[in-house]
Design a protein around this ligand. Structure first.
Ligand SMILES: Nc1ncnc2c1ncn2[C@@H]1O[C@H](COP(=O)(O)OP(=O)(O)OP(=O)(O)O)[C@@H](O)[C@H]1O
Ligand SMILES: [Mg+2]
Length: 507
């Protein structure tokens, strides 16, 4: 850190003691302190990283010179002239290395004995917005390469009535241009459903653009959604917003109830008129996007609490999908646990069969506040602790809070199926082996027999590492051909059962 102590005039040393300066120096936000004339007295390392400028090259210079701005354009100078704070100002500019900086600035006046002696500016770097907006990087194969998704309906596990109703509504809604609103607690699968809708609809080849409305300050969110024109505000460039970028694709407005009411009103206008006007522009551009929104509470309650405008709810909630919490669909626990064990088998090159019956009993009694995401994390944590000779996840592998029943009264015996070997999960996006039976409620004996047969085949394939001839022998079949026929029948692919370690050995 370049310490301003040596360079700064006395007013700075007076205002900020050494301890305070140490705090500012380790701040994640950029901090600039200027005197009443706009000369930089202090400039921390974080600001240097945002601006691509070493602090020593900024300290002692006029702020308008460093940023090449007029006094009217500079937020610090505006604060110094008015004596009032200038808050939440989005600023886009190019650094001296030509990088695009995307920041929000808050500037506050500093007074001493009632006299204005300077201003302090805090700058938050929203380069990370690019990360929030762009598809999560997982190293997995996207469903439709480049469209920004990882999931499709085939990746959704569970057959409880609540989940099946959500999937069915989502599939119907995918074919129409109507907006869809998904609500549910954290980790219930709102995003997986949103991506699946996109991948099932006519716009699947276009982009799926998620934007987390809770993570971005209002001014910046408006600029990101609707775009800007050069000169609309300090440093604004001609930039299309996400509504334009998603052309014919899907925009996923995650946590819509975190959006301010005024921005919700602007959004309503765009959705009603299907036209967008970039900030500072006169002309309007037609937009054609599927809008999926999500919120973590019942939208009717959000309307009551005034976190969601009623008029916007009517527009966005043409189709409403409720994601039930995991504690209300405990019957899905065995299938979900099996899927996550399978996925970990693949990632960790292990061959764990399943969770033990005792673990499933504990799972059935737990209230799962983090829902499916929490289950996935619990299983991943446990899989790390399963030793080489162990075939099941046992209570000893669970975190302490899960080892004791948490008081939920179970009705009847746990919905645990007899343990089966959980196959390594396929790449997300490809049809899951046996996915169809998971969604299909058992209606008759034929279906029940098929499910048992498919499970036995999956076990044999996993045990044989995907070798069809060996699996056929284990299953007591006369020829590998008859197993090939059954693989086709159940949509199973032997390659999904080859552990990655075996693939490596073969290559
Ligand atoms: N039915 C399901 N089958 C398989 N995986 C699921 C299912 N539901 C959720 N998941 C997995 O659980 C995790 C959380 O799901 P997702 O991100 O869709 O939840 P969310 O409702 O958007 O949560 P949040 O409100 O916290 O953003 C993801 O890894 C997702 O793949
Ligand atoms: Mg989400």
């Amino acid at each position: 850190m370049t310490d301003a102590k040596d360079n700064a005039p006395e007013v700075f040393a007076d205002l900020f003691g050494a301890e305070f300066r140490t705090i500012l120096s380790i701040f994640h936000e950029g901090v600039i302190v200027a005197d009443a004339g706009g000369t930089i007295l202090y400039y921390n390392d974080a600001q240097g990283r945002i601006d691509d400028l070493p602090p020593r090259e900024a300290i002692g210079r006029k702020i308008v010179d460093v940023y090449d701005l007029s006094e009217a354009q500079s937020t610090t100078m505006r604060c110094l002239h008015s004596g009032e704070p200038v808050v939440n100002q989005p600023i886009f500019y190019r650094t001296r290395l030509g990088r695009f900086a995307n920041v929000v600035s808050n500037v506050y006046p500093i007074r001493r004995d009632g006299r204005l002696v300077g201003a302090v500016s805090f700058t938050k770097d929203y380069q990370m917005v690019e990360k929030i907006v762009s598809p999560p990087s997982t190293g997995r194969t996207p469903k439709t390469p480049g469209n920004g998704t990882r999931y499709a309906f085939g990746d959704i596990v569970g057959s409880s009535p609540g989940l099946l109703a959500a999937v069915k509504t989502a599939q119907l809604a995918a074919g129409s241009p109507s907006p869809v609103m998904i609500f549910g607690e954290t980790g219930t699968g709102k995003e997986i459903i949103a991506q699946s809708i996109h991948n099932y609809g006519p716009g699947r080849r276009q982009r799926f653009i998620p934007i987390n409305c809770a993570a971005i300050p209002e001014n910046l969110l408006e600029a990101i959604l609707f775009g800007t024109t050069r000169g609309a505000f300090t440093g604004a460039e001609d930039r299309p917003g996400l509504f334009e970028e998603a052309a014919s694709g899907t925009i996923f407005l995650d946590e819509i109830n975190a959006m301010s009411p005024s921005l919700q009103a602007k959004l309503l206008r765009v959705i009603q008129e299907k036209r967008i006007r970039r900030i500072g522009a006169l002309a309007e551009t037609p937009v054609d996007v599927k809008v999926i929104s999500s919120l973590n509470e019942d939208p009717y309650r959000a309307v009551e609490r005034r976190t969601l405008r009623q008029d916007l709810f009517y527009r966005l909630g043409v189709v409403v999908i409720a994601m039930p919490p995991l504690r209300e669909r405990r019957g899905d626990l065995p299938a979900l646990a099996c899927r996550f064990v399978g996925r970990c088998n693949q990632a960790m090159k292990k061959a764990v069969a399943d969770v033990s019956e005792e673990v499933m009993r504990l799972f059935q009694g737990y209230h799962w506040p983090g829902n499916v995401r929490e289950l996935a994390h619990v299983i991943e944590g446990a899989m790390n602790l399963v030793g080489p000779g162990e075939a099941f996840i046992d209570t000893a592998h669970l975190p302490p809070h899960l080892r004791k029943p948490d008081g939920v009264q179970l009705q009847g015996p746990p919905a645990s199926a007899p343990p089966t070997i959980c196959p390594a999960a396929p790449e997300a996006g490809s049809p899951a082996p046996g996915a169809a039976p998971e969604h299909a409620p058992v209606e008759n004996l034929v279906q029940a027999r098929d499910m048992v047969e498919a499970a036995a085949i999956r076990r044999a394939l996993l045990a044989s590492g995907g070798n069809v001839a060996r699996a056929a022998r284990v299953l007591g079949l006369l020829s590998p051909q008859s197993l090939h026929y059954k693989l086709k029948k159940y949509g199973l692919n032997r390659k999904d059962f080859i552990l990655s370690s075996d693939i490596n050995k073969k290559n």
